[in-house]
Design a binder for this molecule. Structure first.
Ligand SMILES: NC(=O)c1ccc[n+]([C@@H]2O[C@H](COP(=O)([O-])OP(=O)(O)OC[C@H]3O[C@@H](n4cnc5c(N)ncnc54)[C@H](O)[C@@H]3O)[C@@H](O)[C@H]2O)c1
Length: 491
């Protein structure tokens, strides 16, 4: 090991204070396999911490972008840090795994683990990456799995790696799941809620934990537990989002206000308000995939994962309810023109993997509607002319506009200008971003998620009254009107 590195300043995206931050590490020679959201963030972050990092990427297009000084993904603060450490020489990119692994003590595996069509995780990229890294290792190496994987994967990878390593070279495998959020990945790297290190061989703990400053919150456990921390965390986040959407649907029927209800719920310290907001359902490259993976792992252990399955069902229903709201407002959607604002699965990223917006576009097209979509950052080549450069252009001539991604710029849309662009007057705000009163004043009908409106709210709630009185009601609850209150109450 070399001398202790003195570390750089916080990235511009990081807060000025926080539970942790750049500290001091013993520099290690690190290979990062995969230059996607996780790999690029880890590579830049580890270089900032003082390690010597070589990042290997197999996609020629991505590699060319990186070689040309570009960043193939949208992630605030990442470009500055990459440029800085290309300059310091602590970071380099290559397509050659042999060069990247030469002398490396640690290889971070950051490749994709997408779902297969049946929902089971597809671990082939990971198997290939582990085999290549083990084969290229010139000294004993720890393969650190940052990709999200089902429990048991590290053990399997170790068997696989052993079969590829050169004679006399030991390739061990540890788990170090990644928890970054796209759009604030650099902040999450430097100010983690926790670093989870899963090792079955205690000798590996200092190597893996030593990648990070010792001040950072650390949980050391066995590999299966570490792998399950990640799956269980994402499954719980999915539970919260689906729960919020279920409460929101009830708010719509009751005329209750989701923002007050869910704020009230989240203020309970045992529950917490994060991820307790209704919307178009969860998407992205992680939650749907990891929920499916959790269900698949449970199934492989003979368990039902009843709650996780229900969460998935609620999530599918959240998207379907957007279509239902449009149909309620516009009638059959065939021949209707709909402007879709937002394609990324959330603001702050260009990631459209499993984006609810893309799912909605598919549903609308399948129902015969034509779609004009806009996103400030994300691009979806398959939409062709259906993706436009300006939100007002997306609204041009539209019968309805749907806001699906909560990009802040959509909150600044001019209601009057939007209304003049549109043919119709229906605005479905699936992320509750817009000032409904201002848009209403401009002559637009704004439908949100979790807010009752005159068409959805039951005018009188009879059931509580029925539950309060002993006698059988003499008036049928189905036919009762406000004038029957006395009769129902037995007066
Ligand atoms: N994106 C997130 O927000 C996030 C957060 C936490 C965990 N994860 C997990 O981390 C993993 C990676 O996610 P991602 O979003 O960065 O994926 P990604 O698809 O953006 O990036 C993976 C990269 O690895 C490259 N690659 C694949 N095989 C390779 C090989 N053998 N050699 C070199 N490069 C190779 C691919 O070309 C790609 O550029 C997944 O398991 C994911 O579930 C992702």
């Amino acid at each position: 090991m070399g001398t202790t590195g003195t570390l750089g300043t916080e990235p511009s995206t990081g807060p000025s204070t926080g539970p942790a931050g750049p500290g001091q590490v013993e520099p290690q020679q690190v290979c990062v396999v995969g230059a996607g959201y996780v790999g690029l963030t880890a590579a830049a972050g580890l270089a900032e911490l003082g390690h010597a990092v070589r990042c290997v990427e197999s996609n020629p297009g991505r590699l060319a972008t990186l070689a040309g000084g570009g960043i193939p993904i949208h992630e605030p603060g990442l470009d500055e840090l990459v440029a800085k450490h290309l300059g310091t020489g602590r970071l380099s990119f290559t397509g050659d795994i042999e060069a990247a692994m030469d002398g490396a003590e640690v290889a971070l595996l950051c490749v994709g683990t997408p779902p297969r069509p049946d929902g089971d995780p597809d671990l082939r990229q990971l198997g290939r990456a582990a085999a290549q890294a083990a084969a290229a290792a010139t000294r004993d190496v720890v393969l650190v799995v940052k990709s999200t994987v089902p429990p048991g994967s590290c053990e399997a990878l170790e068997l696989l790696a052993a079969g590829h390593a050169r004679p006399g070279v030991r390739a061990s495998v540890a788990s170090n799941p990644e928890f970054l959020r796209e759009g604030q990945a650099m902040r999450d790297f430097f100010f983690p809620d926790r670093v989870v290190v899963g090792v079955d061989d205690p000798a590996l703990e200092p190597v893996v934990a030593g990648l990070y400053p010792k001040e950072w919150p650390l949980l050391v456990c066995d590999r299966r537990s570490a792998e399950l921390v990640k799956y269980a965390s994402n499954t719980f986040l999915a539970v919260k989002i689906s729960f919020a959407n279920e409460v929101a649907a009830l708010c719509e029927a009751l005329g209750a206000d989701h923002s007050k209800v869910l704020t009230g719920v989240g203020l309970d310290g045992r529950i917490g308000g994060d991820f307790l907001k209704p919307g178009p359902g969860f998407g992205g490259s992680c939650l749907p995939k990891d929920l499916s993976g959790f269900i698949a792992v449970a199934g492989s252990m003979g368990q039902e994962a009843t709650l996780a399955r229900a969460v998935r069902e609620v999530n599918d229903g959240s998207r379907a309810s957007l279509v239902g709201k449009l149909e309620a407002a516009l009638g059959p959607l065939s021949g209707k023109r709909v402007g879709v604002l937002g394609l990324a699965f959330k603001p702050g990223t260009d990631d459209v993997r499993h984006s609810p917006a893309l799912g909605l576009v598919e549903d609308l097209v399948a129902l015969g509607a034509s779609v004009q979509a806009h996103d400030p950052v994300a691009s979806v080549p398959s939409l062709g002319d259906g993706q436009v450069d300006d939100p007002y252009e997306a609204a041009s001539g539209a019968d309805a506009v749907v806001v699906v991604t909560a990009w802040p710029e959509y909150g600044d849309l001019d209601p009057g200008r939007l209304q003049r662009c549109m043919e119709g007057h229906v605005v479905l705000d699936a992320v509750n971003l817009l000032d409904a009163a201002a848009f209403g004043a401009a002559g637009l009908d704004v439908y949100g998620v979790g807010r009752g409106h005159p068409l959805s709210v039951a005018p009188v709630l009879w059931r509580p009254l029925e539950w309060m009185i002993d006698a059988e009601p003499t008036v049928s609850l189905d036919e009762a009107g406000p004038e029957d209150v006395d009769v129902l109450a037995g007066r």
